[in-house]
Design a protein around this ligand. Sequence first.
Ligand SMILES: C[S@@+](CC[C@H](N)C(=O)[O-])C[C@H]1O[C@@H](n2cnc3c(N)ncnc32)[C@H](O)[C@@H]1O
Length: 209
Amino acid sequence: MACCAAADDFFSTTHAKRDLSWYRRFGPLPTARKILHALGEVQDRTFIDVGAGIGAVTHGVLLLDAKHVTVVDASHAYLQTLLEEARRQGYTERINTYHGDFAEIAPALPKADVITMDRVVCCYGNVTGLLNQACTRATWRICLSFPRRAWWSQAAIWSFNLIQRVRQHAFRVYYHAPEYIDQCLVDNGFVPVKSDKSILWSVRLYERR
Ligand SMILES: C[S@@+](CC[C@H](N)C(=O)[O-])C[C@H]1O[C@@H](n2cnc3c(N)ncnc32)[C@H](O)[C@@H]1O
């Protein structure tokens, strides 16, 4: 099964409804909060939110007067749920959604000031392809969250994949070394300008040199 078909199957309506109900009760998860905090002022900026899920970052930047968000996700269920929440919050006219693998469809997308990827690179094997495409579409900044360098986050990934194998589900998660992620961005003309951490996740903001 191709990577994004597996993600589409895994990130199902059940997942999406559960995430939306959490978001409505408690707000964005810590990585989305850290991304919004790192971004700071976003008024009139354009965004591409890759792997947006139910849209915690998308809704967050629209609330802060971002001009437009292009949402790309491999999961139909997440896209539908994101739109349902955008309708409730009244932002649909400032969102476009695309279903698919960002690494494949990126060349057809409009460029944006900022690209965000919250907990997405760990869902994708070809991190180089994903990040190279992000660098071609982002004119100003890229903000990412990904599993931090720590034995426990690698152990969590290993355990998750073991359970997936036992369940015979094709979706897998990946650990990509933070140094490798940095190098991909630097090779494409971006420099790290802010970084933050939680127990499991690193959040980094990069800016075009
Ligand atoms: C772990 S979820 C994170 C969702 C949301 N950003 C959050 O942090 O709650 C990963 C999301 O990335 C999407 N995804 C994974 N690989 C992708 C790709 N290559 N192109 C577009 N979306 C992708 C999945 O469908 C899923 O919605």
